[in-house]
Design a protein around this ligand. Sequence first.
Ligand code: G3D
Ligand code: MG
Length: 184
Amino acid sequence: MSNPVQSSTQPIVTHRPYTHIAKAVVVGDAAVGKTSLLVRYVKGLFNPTYVLTIGVAFNIKDIVVGEHVLRMQIWDTGGQERFGPIRQLYYRGTKGVLLVYDRSSEASFDRIDYWLKEVKKGAGAVPMVLVGNKADLPSKVPAQAARKFAKEHSMFFVETSAKDDTNVDSAFNELAKSILNAVV
Ligand code: G3D
Ligand code: MG
């Protein structure tokens, strides 16, 4: 990791030793922007072709939340969106999940319910954050519907753009906060 980055929403990246460690996974349909969000969050980049092609097994980020430092290992699905049985392995030991859809695709939002069920089966009732990505594009998914879904399932909801770097930090930071709330 290079320089510490100050985020707009309180938790900050730090070189303090971590006090907690947790695995998190990013799920959602293919092409909603999961890899882009992860690459934006961890590396501060958008669309470096080599990263999207090769994929990332997982990335690590240390996040300060109050007196705690959470080392979050964030797993990407590595292009396995269509291979359910393989995905079950990703969920093992997961303490938090980013559920991602594409705001410009109604179909990707309709599938969130499916992803939620799959995650619950594989990881149990872990904290989740609902993420509507591609906020830079015209929306086909009303924020109201997404907010309602998030509320029903006690999740934080945020609209992001990995492209414009909008709310990407808050999405991951909110997940970090919920993970810590669940364990401390
Ligand atoms: P995935 O990992 O969920 O499969 P990717 O999705 O991160 O590979 O992204 C799929 C496509 O959506 C990529 O475009 C990527 O550049 C684009 N994308 C990701 N996030 C955003 C965003 O916030 N806004 C916009 N406009 N596009 C985004 P390509 O063209 O490479 O397929
Ligand atoms: Mg991907």
